[in-house]
Design a protein. Sequence first.
Length: 642
Amino acid sequence: MVDGFIRVGVAVPHIQVANTMYNCDTAIEMVERAVLNDVALLVFPELHITSYTCGDLFYQKTLQEQAKTALLHIVEYSKNQEILIIIGVPLVHESKLYNCAVAIEDGHILAVVPKTHLPNYGEFYEKRWFVSASEESSSIILGEDIVPFTTKLLLQSKSHEDVVVGIEICEDLWAPHAPSIDLARNGATVIVNLSASNDLVGKKEYRRALVNGASGRYSCAYLYANAGPGESTTDVVFLGHSMISENGIMLCETTPPFEGLLFTEIDVERLVSQRVKNTTFTFLAKSDYQKIEFSTPLKDVELTREIHPHPFVPSNNVELEQRCEDILLIQTMGLVKRLEHTKVKKIVIGLSGGLDSTLALLVSHRAFKHLGLDYKGIVAITMPCFGTTRRTKQNAIDLSKALDVTLKEIDITASVMQHFYDIDHDSSTHDVTFENSQARERTQVLMDMANSEGALVIGTGDLSELALGWATYNGDHMSMYGVNTSIPKTLVRILVNHVALTSKHALLHTTLLDVLSTPVSPELLPSIDGEISQKTENIVGPYELHDFFIFYAIRWDFSPSKVFHLAKKAFKETYDDKTILKWLRIFYVRFFSQQFKRSCLPDGPKVGSASFSPRGDLRMPSDASSSLWVKEVDSLISDLKD
């Protein structure tokens, strides 16, 4: 099991109603396929061995006995198969018939979990045949095994204590107090559901919401195995809609009608990390819950689940437009509140013609529209100096014109040269003093203009720059309200592109597209023939890599090794291992060394799952050592050389 990932699956074999040996054979075929694909945990639908739609045939002694025979046949087959199987079967226990889930491993039955909530409404009438699970635990004899018969049971891996499986059955998920609540609070990181949920118009969407909601609320993985088209269609139809969800995110699901095997990897380490952080996730640790160990090896497997290279950006284009509007709304309303509170009707913004200041201007424009303020109260200031290019300056002019805001041009070259003279700095020495003097002069202009105009200075820096410390302390690092403070660079680009594509204003549309195609640069070094000479990503590395590192190393607290392995999967077509490790090392060094800048950030709205506000998500000492993390990266680099 590498980095907390285990491969799990749900099986929806073809079945025949009441044909137990046929259903046994198709189950074994699925187990074979699962084993070949290194699946460690395989879940079948509710009452698979008999089928769910047997009706009064459940009373038949013949069906009951043959179901048990088929079950034991599967148990025998499981010897030396290295897989944990959970399958549905009706069982008679203490003169009552129960709808059960049976856990099987290596030729033995580990436990039997009876169904708690029996639906008896609409098309369902399970109470006609079955009895609800008792509050009391007992034992049942199946073949050579005497095993627990209880709902208060967890299956825990012998080799990885965080892999804990809890079991519920169909309606249990739909009930007001689902068994999975207590299962999760007693330590289950994986909940499996053996289901027979028929299909109706709109029901698939509701089922998906239930599964995603359960996995999100309980910070667990949720495996939902649903009965397929082989069930009787006398009154209803079953289409095999099955799912695997993790922490509220759907990893994979079937497209009905479905029969077959669905599998992926779940990240148990990520689930545990979420529970550690979530202080409202409390454990019950009830003494009456049994833990049964299972020995199935949790093998090291190649990831088949998608690792998106841009985790802050929705991969679904259908969701992207709405997500962009949601983010822009949060940014806008954050600024609206600040303007309302301060009773200020003007803002000052440094407009470079680059991505970040463009987004800040667009957000400011929306805030003024919401408040019904005159757009001329947005004072955009372009401050050309040594590195300013014709292209970015013209884009600043065109943006101001398109949005009908006030534009002021203040050339800071003379002021900076005077400052060099004052501090005895050689202007031909293009060092950090040369660069930062310009950034601080620009901030001084903005602050003083804000005083002059009775305005607020709006910050433009983004989350990626804050992570890397790519901001001049008390320069562009400072503002009166930072609207981009929790927007990573990859998302800044998406937001600007969204506005460009949805804008009906020709000049705004073309200008935004040109901003998007302009290399990211602070433009602090002298331009060459009017072109940008200083490209940020050549210095600190690709922002798409750093945003990936932010998401997994900081948001999810993963180790450098795990971040690297995920990055290899996500960027296999883009960067080689050496390149990823080079920038990963730089990321850790810069992230730790630049914390002092994040410790005194201006206010700004959190819009996503990551933020570096010292008042919110990141309370980190400014003098913490990076040595543990850098050492691990160096070890990975050394392994690569070997």
